[in-house]
Design a protein around this ligand. Structure first.
Ligand code: TMP
Length: 215
């Protein structure tokens, strides 16, 4: 059986990726793919418990990074790698780029330490790194994202950070994208939903959608 495809979705809070992940899962299933929708922090019972701690308890940046990488290790070994081996398309709402953007960019934590954790946690049997095949980065100005967040829900610990923090997170994503342009696709999320969906569809299927959202 051929290996599945691993697609991650990134962006600052309020970038609007969630509805597009669901639409993409539906479009892939319509084409006959088996699709697994998952997320980070989270994706396993252990990692979901770590997520709750991560989002609610005050902690320093290294502790944040250790918690998300601990959950990631469990998620990779028990969910993502078995699914890919079975030929499943894995759609993951955030992955390691979020750690480089939020802990590295937002918190200003040392990226070389993050890279070491990444190398430990994501090592595969062939001596390489398990990474997404494709990463869709929903990019938009932090001020626009802040308006969307204010309209949407109560803020958790990270969503409560100020705009300067999200400016640094965005810059962190930009650095990761520049370092791996083959994997990253920047989606301009500062557009109406149909236009963003068209860009997502184009990135994944290599062509525009036949109709509007979900087509
Ligand atoms: P979510 O609400 O999009 O699921 O993400 C939860 C928060 O966790 C979001 O503010 C981004 C943050 N986060 C990190 O700070 N580091 C990470 O490694 C990940 C995966 C998420």
């Amino acid at each position: 059986m051929s290996r599945g495809r691993f697609i991650s979705f990134e962006g600052i809070d309020g970038a609007g990726k969630s509805s597009h992940i669901d639409a993409l899962a539906a479009a892939l299933r319509d084409q006959g793919h088996t699709v697994l929708l998952t997320r980070e922090p989270g994706g396993t019972p252990l990692a979901e418990q770590l997520r709750t701690l991560f989002l609610q308890q005050p902690m320093d940046a290294l502790t944040e990074a250790l918690l998300v990488f601990a959950g990631r290790r469990d998620h990779l070994r028990t969910v993502i790698q078995p699914a890919l081996a079975a030929g499943t398309v894995v759609l993951c709402d955030r992955f390691t780029d979020a750690t480089f953007a939020y802990q590295g960019g937002g918190r200003g934590f040392d990226a070389t330490v993050l890279a070491r954790l990444e190398a430990w946690v994501q090592a595969d049997e062939a001596g390489g790194l398990v990474q997404p095949d494709q990463t869709l980065w929903f990019d938009l100005p932090p001020a626009v994202a802040a308006q969307r967040r204010a309209a949407a829900r109560d803020a958790d610990r990270l969503e409560s950070e100020d705009q300067a923090f999200f400016d640094r997170v965005r810059a962190g994503y930009a650095r990761r994208a520049a370092a791996d342009p083959q994997r990253f696709v920047r989606i301009d999320a500062d557009h109406p939903r149909d236009a963003v969906w068209a860009a997502v569809h184009q990135a994944v299927f290599g062509r525009a959608p036949a109709a509007g959202l979900g087509g």
